[in-house]
Design a protein around this ligand. Structure first.
Ligand code: NAI
Length: 299
């Protein structure tokens, strides 16, 4: 099979001034893409900012013979996002790929978490994905081509102490994908999620050095590149870290028809309701309704 290339394509990577985003940006450029390196350049909790981080990654790309421009907008800033998209269109005239990667942390147990910490994290991860997506969507539709990769997390999929805000925001991105993978269908716009594990400034305090040294961001990037490629999948959640790749899915059990159920019957049937035999991952919400109808008709 041929190599995956992005010649003639324009790729926007948000939060690409360091960590995973930098690794993605470098690899897209190496594979022929023109890359917009967006990064606010703030600290892990989202405060501060400068375009120096994005500038440095652009310098790396151009030094290696690639093409890139730096953008210091916050993905939560409407005017900044509009300007990012306008600059990209003025320079290169199309946008093929959006890698929504920018992110922050405000970890605290829910008791100690201020609503402002919750809102800041929801804003950067969820609205900081939605705003660039909204600004680019009609462009991708008009091109009849687009690839979008959002960045979810094991915290969103499964939970983690002290990350209620982050987990809520990260699973919201899977919810966004589940509908956008359908809405993009007729214009060949595909939508996927990466669920990374990588040693970056975000995780450096959380894991021992011998674990971190196995977790370079460059082990995640091949998964992102495939998800964003012409022949990539649609609606996948790809987990990636240290060279290990897997697919995460949401399954629903076949369940049990209890026509006159009482709360006690639900309690007493709990194991049967949850029996994994015959469970399915539905391609869309109507899969669940069809299952209900099938159970009602006794099949
Ligand atoms: P990082 O802190 O190195 O990268 C995040 C980048 O986003 C930073 O360069 C930061 O300046 C930028 N950013 C933050 N707010 C921004 C805003 N409003 N506008 C534009 N840029 C902004 O951390 P890392 O690990 O590379 O994170 C990248 C993504 O991967 C994040 O979405 C994170 O939640 C996600 N993730 C990372 C995991 C890991 O193991 N490192 C695990 C699961 C998810």
């Amino acid at each position: 099979m041929s190599d995956i290339r992005f010649d003639g394509q324009v790729v926007i990577v948000t939060g690409a001034g360091g960590g995973l985003g930098r690794s993605h940006a470098l690899e897209f450029a190496r594979r022929g893409a023109k890359v917009v390196v967006n990064d606010l350049g703030g600290s892990v909790d989202g405060t501060g900012g400068s375009s120096a981080a994005a500038d440095a990654v652009v310098a790396e790309i151009t030094a290696a013979g690639g093409e890139a421009i730096a953008d210091g907008a916050s993905v939560t800033d409407d005017a900044g996002v509009a300007n990012l998209v306008k600059r990209t269109m003025d320079k290169w005239g199309r946008i093929d790929v959006l890698i929504a990667n920018a992110g922050i942390l405000r970890d605290k147990s829910f008791s100690k978490m201020e609503l402002a910490d919750f809102e800041a994290v929801m804003s950067v991860h969820l609205m900081g994905t939605v705003k660039p997506l909204k600004a680019i969507w009609e462009i991708m539709k008009a091109q009849n081509y687009g690839r979008v990769v959002v960045t979810t997390s094991s915290t969103g999929l499964y939970g983690n102490f002290g990350q209620a805000n982050y987990g809520a925001a990260k699973l919201a991105l899977v919810g966004l994908m589940n509908t956008m993978k359908i809405e993009g269908g007729k214009n060949d716009i595909r939508f996927n999620a990466i669920c990374p594990v990588a040693a970056t400034r975000m995780t450096e305090a959380l894991m021992p050095p011998q674990v971190l040294e196995r977790l370079g961001p460059e082990h995640v990037t091949p998964g992102v590149v495939y998800l964003a490629s012409k022949d990539g999948p649609n609606g996948a959640i790809l987990t990636a870290g240290a060279g290990v790749f897997s697919i995460a899915r949401i399954y629903e059990t076949d369940g049990l028809y209890l026509p006159t159920a009482t709360a006690e019957q639900v309690r007493d049937s709990w194991d049967k309701i949850g029996d994994p035999a015959g469970q399915e991952a539905y391609p869309a919400g109507h899969g669940q309704t069809q299952k209900l109808m099938r159970k009602l008709s006794g099949s």
